[in-house]
Design a binder for this molecule. Structure first.
Ligand code: AKG
Ligand code: FE2
Length: 333
C-alpha cells in the first residue's frame, strides 16, 4: 500500500487537531514474522467442523476464519474503494450519505453536539452504514465513485450471507438445536455492512478507536487491514487480534449468546486509536428477524426489536449499552 497524505478536509472537524502529522503512514506494518502469534482459534471454512467451531465460540467467542472463499481481489477492491469514499470531503459525506446509506462519525448514537461537549467519550472513527437489502434500490444520487463501491458491496454481502448461514447451521448442530425451528433466527434481510476509517489520532492514549463493547448481532464478520488495533477480552485480559492477510475474524454477538443459552460468549472487544496510521475495516452484522421470539432458559423471551429498543433507551439515559443483562430471568434492574 503506498504512503499517502492525509486529506484533512475529509476528516470530521473534531479529528483535525492542529498538531496532526499530515503525512499518514499507510505503508505496510512491520513484518509480522517477528511478533508472537496471537492464540485466536483458527476455523477452516472448507472443513467446517461443528464441534471445533463450537469450542471456539465457547472458549473465546471469536475466531479467525481461513479458506472462506471470498476472492482476494474482492477484499482488496472493496477496501480500496472504501478508502476512496472516506477521502471525499467531510461535507460531501455528511450531506450526500443520509439514507439508506448513512455516514456517521464518532458514536452513531450520540449527536455531534454531545460529542463535542464530552471529548473523552469520542470514538475516533467514522463510517458508512449499509443496509444490504436496500442496496439494489439505491438511486445514483451519490458521487460516481459510489457505483462500483455499491456493486462490490453487493457481491461482498452475498459472500458474507453464504458464510454466515453455513456457520450458523454448524453452530446449531454443535448446540444440538433443531435446524428447522432455529433457522429463522438468522434473518439475512437484517444484515448490514459498516465500513470504518479510524483516523490517525495525535493523542491516541486518551481516546479510543472504539470503546469496549459487545455486538448485538448473531455474529459479526470482520475484514481488517494490516494496521491492527482490535483487541478482544479473554479471561479479563485484552488480547490483540493480529491482522493476518486474507483471513476474516468472526465474533459471536449478544443474540447468539442468548440463542445458545449462554454456551457461546458474546465477546467484549475494542479498537485502540493509532497515533501514526489510519486504519480501515469492514464489518458484516447479521441479526434475528425483528419479531422472532428468542427463547432460552436463562433469558426471558424477547425479540430483537425489544432488545434494540432497550439498548437505545439505555444509551440515551446513561451513555452506555446494558445489553443482555436486562433480559436475564434473574435480572436485578
Ligand atoms: O473495526 C473493527 O475492527 C471492529 C469494529 C466493531 O467492533 C464494531 O463495529 O462493532
Ligand atoms: Fe464490535
Amino acid at each position: 500500500m503506498p504512503s499517502s497524505t492525509v486529506n484533512l478536509s475529509s476528516y470530521p472537524p473534531l479529528f483535525r487537531p492542529p498538531n496532526l502529522t499530515h503525512q499518514a503512514q499507510t505503508t505496510s506494518a512491520p513484518s509480522m514474522a517477528a511478533d508472537p502469534p496471537d492464540l485466536l482459534p483458527l476455523v477452516d471454512f472448507q472443513d467446517l467442523q461443528p464441534k471445533q467451531l463450537g469450542q471456539a465460540c465457547r472458549d473465546w467467542g471469536v475466531f479467525r476464519l481461513i479458506n472462506h472463499g471470498v476472492p482476494g481481489t474482492l477484499l482488496s477492491g472493496l477496501s480500496e474503494q472504501a478508502m476512496e469514499m472516506f477521502n471525499l470531503s467531510f461535507e460531501t459525506k455528511k450531506d450526500q450519505f443520509t439514507d439508506p446509506i448513512t455516514y456517521f462519525w464518532s458514536t452513531p448514537a450520540l449527536t455531534a453536539q454531545s460529542v463535542a461537549q464530552s471529548v473523552r467519550n469520542v470514538n475516533w472513527v467514522e463510517g458508512f452504514n449499509v443496509p444490504l437489502c436496500q442496496l439494489p434500490l439505491l438511486q445514483t444520487q451519490h458521487p460516481s465513485s459510489f457505483t462500483s463501491f455499491r456493486s462490490r458491496l453487493e457481491e461482498y454481502g452475498k459472500h458474507m450471507g453464504r458464510l454466515g448461514r453455513a456457520m450458523f447451521e454448524a453452530m446449531l448442530e454443535d448446540l444440538k438445536l433443531d435446524k428447522e425451528n432455529y433457522s429463522s433466527y438468522l434473518a439475512e434481510s437484517t444484515a448490514f455492512i459498516r465500513a470504518y476509517r479510524y483516523p490517525q489520532c495525535s493523542d491516541a492514549t486518551r481516546v479510543s478507536g472504539m470503546d469496549a463493547h459487545t455486538d448485538s448481532s448473531i455474529m459479526t464478520i470482520l475484514s481488517q487491514d494490516d494496521v491492527g488495533g482490535l483487541q478482544v477480552c479473554r479471561d479479563n485480559c485484552w488480547v490483540h487480534v493480529k491482522p493476518v492477510p486474507g483471513t476474516l475474524v468472526v465474533n459471536i454477538g449478544d443474540m447468539m449468546q442468548a440463542i445458545s443459552n449462554e454456551e457461546y460468549k458474546s465477546v467484549m472487544h475494542r479498537v485502540k486509536a493509532n497515533q501514526v496510521k489510519e486504519r480501515f475495516s469492514i464489518c458484516y452484522f447479521v441479526f434475528p428477524g425483528e419479531d422472532t421470539v428468542i427463547q432460552s432458559s436463562r433469558y426471558m423471551p424477547f425479540t430483537y426489536k425489544q432488545f434494540q429498543a432497550q439498548v437505545q433507551r439505555d444509551v440515551k439515559a446513561t451513555g452506555a449499552k446494558v445489553g443482555l443483562a436486562r433480559f436475564k430471568r434473574d435480572c436485578s434492574f
